[in-house]
Design a protein. Structure first.
Length: 255
């Protein structure tokens, strides 16, 4: 099986290295990832300048293509130029932080998977929840090796993923203990309890820092509520953002 691996945290991110170790047990893995962190890049692409591409060694473990571009750029370039032959599976992650609720729209990780779906490649996005309280042992709390084992086990159950499909996997905070189980749930459409902190920078300019971020409660089980309860979540996403019911209503208007 030919697997394309990417992310939005950058090619040297520990989450990418962790899932790479599991994926090479399943097939041949080609790594094409951003040169640096592109978290929150969503589905941006680069067209105003050329993409710089370098082959790099990742901590002596494997080599990959480092791209000065977005996660979506990485997928497009990999499919059209860097990978020889068809790709059987695209994996994006493991992301440092959950990609659930409306975060799905901001996520470069999910965007990379969605770009794969556009190109008719089966795609899976993988993410690990960040501990709510980040202390001096934050890196130890982010157990990507264990998260990768969970993701690989789930991926094997999902296979074969169909062309054009996007499956979003989120692993709960592992610092709280083992996951309570797996839930297949819809994406939450609720937002966050967010606010901006008004500050002055060194130049005396007014700046605003986004803060907060806890999810607003859902009435029914969703990806966000299930993660908070300690469950692994699996959510099927679709490239088609059309509201088909509303489209049918609009077509009844005599334009």
């Amino acid at each position: 099986m030919q697997i394309l691996l990417t992310n939005d945290d950058g090619i040297f991110a520990p989450g990418l290295a962790a899932i790479y170790k599991e994926l090479v047990k399943m097939g041949d893995v080609t790594v094409v990832a951003p040169a640096d962190s592109r978290s929150g890049a969503s589905h941006s692409i680069t067209f105003s300048r050329p993409l710089v591409c370098n082959k790099v060694d990742i901590n002596g473990q494997f080599t990959g293509f480092s791209i000065q571009g977005s996660p979506a750029d990485c997928v497009k370039l990999a499919v059209m130029q860097l990978h020889e032959g068809p790709i059987d599976l695209l994996v994006a992650g493991i992301n440092n932080g959950a990609n659930a609720g409306i975060n799905v729209y901001y996520s470069g990780t999910v965007a990379a998977a969605m770009e794969g779906a556009f190109l008719q490649i089966p795609a899976v996005a993988m993410s690990l929840c960040v501990p709510a309280r980040r202390g001096p042992l934050f890196e130890e709390q982010m157990d990507f090796e264990k998260a990768a084992r969970y993701c690989a086990k789930i991926l094997k159950k999902l296979m074969p993923v169909k062309k054009g499909n996007v499956i979003n996997i989120n692993i709960p905070e592992l610092s709280k203990g083992e996951p309570k189980g797996v839930r297949v749930v819809p994406q939450s459409s609720k937002g966050f309890d967010e606010y901006y902190i008004r500050q002055k920078n060194e130049q005396g300019q007014t700046v605003f820092q986004l803060a907060g971020g806890s999810h607003l409660n859902d009435g029914n089980p969703t990806d966000t509520t299930s993660l908070e309860e300690g469950f692994v979540t699996i959510t099927a996403l679709a490239p088609d953002m059309t509201d088909h019911h509303k489209t049918d209503e609009l077509q009844q208007i005599k334009w």
